[in-house]
Design a protein around this ligand. Structure first.
Ligand SMILES: CC(C)(COP(=O)(O)OP(=O)(O)OC[C@H]1O[C@@H](n2cnc3c(N)ncnc32)[C@H](O)[C@@H]1OP(=O)(O)O)[C@@H](O)C(=O)NCCC(=O)NCCS
Length: 144
């Protein structure tokens, strides 16, 4: 919920040394430049749910990239037996809340932070030329 200037070694390991099974992260590049990252992490105490996080670089926002990535994450998550995404956001994050409301998200505010969930059966299949499940299998192979 706050800007981060640098990552600790442990944070960097957490964000990059992922298994592509219970923790999936896909990045988007354009001309080798970072465009976006979408990440889902299965909850330890609630394996039917995964926390969702999406970030799109400012210059690439409002082109439908987050919406597409959420549909890709949902397709992979359904394959993992996950039934809903959970998320947290600051109440002023109109972009995220509008985006997720479009997928039927429900949420409430506690102690100044929005916490909510989206049922995966409300998120449509992604409109992609390639099957994200086959790309997901490739990602798992690469993750070892
Ligand atoms: C939230 C975020 C990921 C949206 O990414 P994006 O690629 O711009 O989103 P999309 O282009 O897919 O937008 C889809 C819909 O979401 C809504 N939306 C997106 N940005 C919005 C904004 N700034 N204000 C209001 N609605 C917005 C719109 O309904 C939009 O559809 P439209 O463009 O047809 O009107 C992006 O603003 C971001 O990276 N924010 C900072 C990081 C963050 O807060 N991440 C959430 C942590 S979980």
């Amino acid at each position: 919920m706050a800007p981060v200037d640098s990552l600790s070694r442990a944070q960097l390991a957490y964000l990059t040394e992922i298994d592509q099974r219970d923790h999936i992260a896909w990045g988007v590049l354009h001309d080798d430049q970072p465009v976006a990252v979408a990440r889902i992490v299965r909850l330890n105490g609630d394996p039917d749910a995964a926390e969702l996080a999406v970030t799109v670089v400012d210059h690439f926002q409002r082109r439908g990239i987050a919406r597409l990535l959420i549909t890709v994450m949902a397709e992979l998550a359904r394959h993992m037996g996950i039934e809903r995404f959970v998320f947290e956001a600051l109440p002023e994050n109109d972009a995220l809340l509008t985006l997720l409301r479009g997928f039927g998200a429900r949420y409430e505010m506690t102690d100044g932070v929005i916490a909510g969930s989206v049922d995966l059966n409300k998120i449509p299949a992604p409109e992609l030329q390639s099957d994200p499940l086959s790309l997901g299998t490739k990602a798992q192979e690469l993750a070892g």
